[in-house]
Design a protein around this ligand. Structure first.
Ligand SMILES: [Zn+2]
Length: 288
């Protein structure tokens, strides 16, 4: 009998209780969005790839630390692909199938821009948009885009604080203030976009719904919603945990927002997420 056959025999003789414990251990070994190995590929131009890696790792850490990651669809590898042209996006259909592929396109050593782009795409992965076939569709695509844009802006604020305290690049703590400024400028742009700030979000949504339903990407038209969602995340970080329940239904975003919010609530209950953000979104948009 070979050594391997002996091992198999020994395994088959394990008491059911011990076997159950082994199953439990192998489940616990599954990676989360925070613990999955992170690799970099592609063309980083004149930006040192090693530094890009440090920035991306720190951004992931601040975005997800203290956040319960409850999705049953978390990638086992996260790859960040550098590009010198095009827009940041999720690359669908890559191999291996249990890996999420994020494409970014940054200026030379533009680390705040890298963190911002990566944070947005990480938000999509958090919302279960990374597996083959997870294509976003109207009319509720704008909602996911706005939720993940706010997720990235929250992360940028945390990154600024973290960078000042403990810079990932030695001697660069002053860059934390630059990240803070970059983030604040972006939030301010959204705050005043499209005639904002908006006082009555319900009326705003009623007036803009038709335009929002047609949107295929993050768009300044949705700026008031992005600002409002960011405020909810910052008031109650547990709202962020509900992103893990997004899109866990076959129709994904191809349903009207009222249906989307119902499906999101049910999905939160299934994975034991807090279920606070669907109610917040509903309240903000005057949907009851
Ligand atoms: Zn997006």
């Amino acid at each position: 009998m070979t050594r391997r056959a002996l091992t198999v025999l020994a395994a088959s003789l394990l008491a059911p209780r011990a076997a159950r414990r082994l199953t439990g251990a192998s489940q616990a070994a599954q990676a989360t969005l925070l613990s999955a190995p992170l690799t970099l590929t592609g063309d980083w131009g004149k930006s040192p790839e090693n530094t890009a890696r440090l920035v991306v790792l720190r951004m992931r850490e601040v975005c997800l630390s203290g956040i319960a990651l409850l999705s049953d669809r978390q990638p086992q590898l996260l790859n960040v692909d550098g590009h010198t042209t095009g827009f940041p996006h999720i690359e669908l259909g890559q191999k291996p199938a249990d890996a999420a592929f994020i494409a970014v396109d940054i200026g030379t050593r533009a680390w705040a821009q890298l963190a911002y782009q990566f944070g947005h795409e990480l938000g999509h992965v958090f919302c279960n948009t990374w597996q083959p076939g997870s294509v976003a569709q109207t009319p509720s695509q704008w909602l996911e885009e706005s939720l993940v844009e706010a997720f990235s802006l929250r992360g940028l604020g945390l990154l600024a604080d973290s960078w000042i305290r403990d810079p990932p690049i030695a001697g660069s703590s002053a860059y934390g203030a630059a990240i803070r400024e970059y983030r604040d400028n972006q939030v301010e742009k959204y705050r005043v976009a499209d005639g904002g700030p908006v006082a009555d979000m319900g009326s705003w949504f009623h007036a803009k719904r038709h335009a929002l339903d047609a949107l295929g990407g993050v768009n300044p038209i949705a700026a008031p919603a992005i600002v409002a969602f960011l405020a909810e995340y910052e008031r109650d970080p547990r709202c962020v945990e509900d992103l893990g329940a997004v899109n866990r239904w076959p129709q994904r975003s191809a349903v009207p927002i009222e249906t989307y919010l119902q499906l999101w609530r049910a999905s939160c209950a299934e994975i034991k997420a807090p279920g606070r953000m669907p109610d917040k979104v509903s309240g903000i948009l005057g949907l009851g």
